[in-house]
Ligand binder design. Structure first.
Ligand code: HGY
Ligand code: MN
Ligand code: MN
Length: 422
């Protein structure tokens, strides 16, 4: 999923951000929802997410940005351009996190976008197109499935009412959660043109670090499929019930989950399988469970391979339902592989060159809001390395100089795209 790293030309003529200010904002934001192990827990539309949004808005107010919020809580901070009514160049990402997330996943792209606005304001540079920094709702999908719900609804992939009706494990809907934190905005969701969408993000994988490259020119994102596997048997007493008389879903689940990983490992290094959620009911140590549920996350750069993985998973689950255990597999999300806009990708690569950064092209292993934005706007992403490629982990870390370098590329690519007469 990558090409040879290239070293850029002289760093002349390129603008740079204030890396120290960006770092300070990142550390300030990381205090909101901070966990005891150095990470953050800001699940979508919780008090912590509201706090992060309020902090972002306060910083945007200092930069005289106009704020708009749409009906699924997507938040936009707009900096005027000479063409005040023109389609904006949008610098977006997310502020919600995983339950044991890191300081940089999502927040980095949002705060680097803010730093671009801050830098242009202090240099008093006007752009032809307006700039907007976007905060997309529920990118992670950790509280409400599917992931990238706000950007997907904006792009018309999800129906708004269905998206607002999605509920978390406690039964709280997106609609109720938005109302609770005051982020059910008035603006219609989507239906307005963007000149371009750029997203800056940590790589969340090891490639840039291994290749000693500072910038990832992201050409696309691999495909993702999410499934729920449910196995239902019958409760029984752990003591008097002989093994052969049980309708125990756990041995079936053990076979099914072993097979899930074999489906991926049998398809080469690019295939991925993750079982992040496993639960049993009634979850009592001396009662044979009635029900076992498990999540399955498949990934691959090619849709045809994902199709084959799904076919194998479907065939597998049904013949696992033996012994009086009912097996049900439902696909709850499918995000096809995407390729980003060549013009935007070139703007990123040229900016990296101008700034003199060693860069390489790569396909993103993680999903991002840009997957859905690429359906409605010319889109590209920029990656910087993170330590050991670790992410979705409280130990997530990145070097200040890399974070500043990524923001410099974002600034210069955004200027390039914002100057295009449309
Ligand atoms: O699941 C993903 O790849 C993203 O982090 N939401
Ligand atoms: Mn992210
Ligand atoms: Mn993430």
């Amino acid at each position: 999923m990558k090409t040879e790293a290239k070293t850029g030309g002289p760093a002349g003529g390129a603008l740079r951000v204030n890396g120290e200010r960006l770092w300070e904002s990142l550390m300030e934001m990381a205090r909101i929802g901070a966990t005891g192990r150095g990470g953050v827990c800001r699940l979508a539309l919780t008090e912590e997410d509201r706090g992060a949004r309020e902090q972002f808005r306060a910083w945007c107010a200092q930069e005289h940005c106009e704020i708009s919020i749409d009906r699924i809580g997507n938040l936009f901070a707009r900096r005027r351009g000479r063409d005040s009514a023109g389609p904006p160049v949008v610098l977006g990402s997310h502020l919600d996190s995983q339950p044991t997330g890191g300081k940089f996943d999502g927040a980095y792209g949002v705060l680097a976008g803010l730093e671009v606005v801050r830098r242009l304001n202090e240099l008093d540079i006007a752009t032809q197109a307006p700039l907007e920094v976007a905060v997309w709702t529920n990118e992670e999908g950790a509280r409400f499935a599917p992931a990238m719900l706000g950007s997907g609804t904006f792009a018309g992939v999800f129906d708004l009412d269905e998206a607002l009706g999605r509920a978390d494990a406690e039964g709280t809907s997106v609609r109720a959660a938005l109302d609770r934190i005051g982020y059910a905005g008035p603006a219609e969701v989507g239906g307005r043109p963007f000149g371009a969408h750029l997203e800056l993000h940590i790589e969340q994988g090891p490639v840039l670090e291994q290749e000693s490259a500072t910038i990832g020119v992201v050409t696309g994102v691999q495909g993702i499929r999410w499934y729920d596997l449910e196995l239902e048997g019958a409760e029984a007493h752990a003591g008097p019930t002989p093994m052969h008389l049980r309708r125990d879903p756990v041995p079936i689940a053990a076979k099914a989950l072993k097979a899930v990983f074999e489906i991926a490992t049998g398809r080469g290094p690019a295939a991925r399988a993750t079982v992040g959620q496993i639960s049993s009911e009634p979850s009592s140590r001396n009662t044979v469970p009635r029900r076992v549920r498990a999540s399955v996350d498949f990934r691959h750069p090619e849709a045809t391979v994902l199709d084959a993985m799904e076919t194998e998973l479907r065939s597998l689950s049904w013949n696992l339902g033996g012994g009086g255990v009912r097996a049900e597999l439902s696909r709850i999300w499918a995000s096809d592989p995407v390729s980003f806009d060549p013009r935007c990708v070139a703007a990123v690569r040229e900016a990296a060159d101008r700034l003199g950064h060693r860069h390489l092209d790569l396909v993103s292993g993680a999903g991002h809001d840009s997957v859905y934005l690429s359906r409605v706007a010319p889109t590209a992403m920029i990656f910087v390395p993170c330590e050991g490629g670790i992410s979705h982990n409280e130990a997530e870390n990145a070097r200040r100089e890399d974070l500043a370098a990524g923001a410099d590329v974002l600034l210069n690519a955004a200027l390039d795209l914002a100057e295009v007469e449309r």
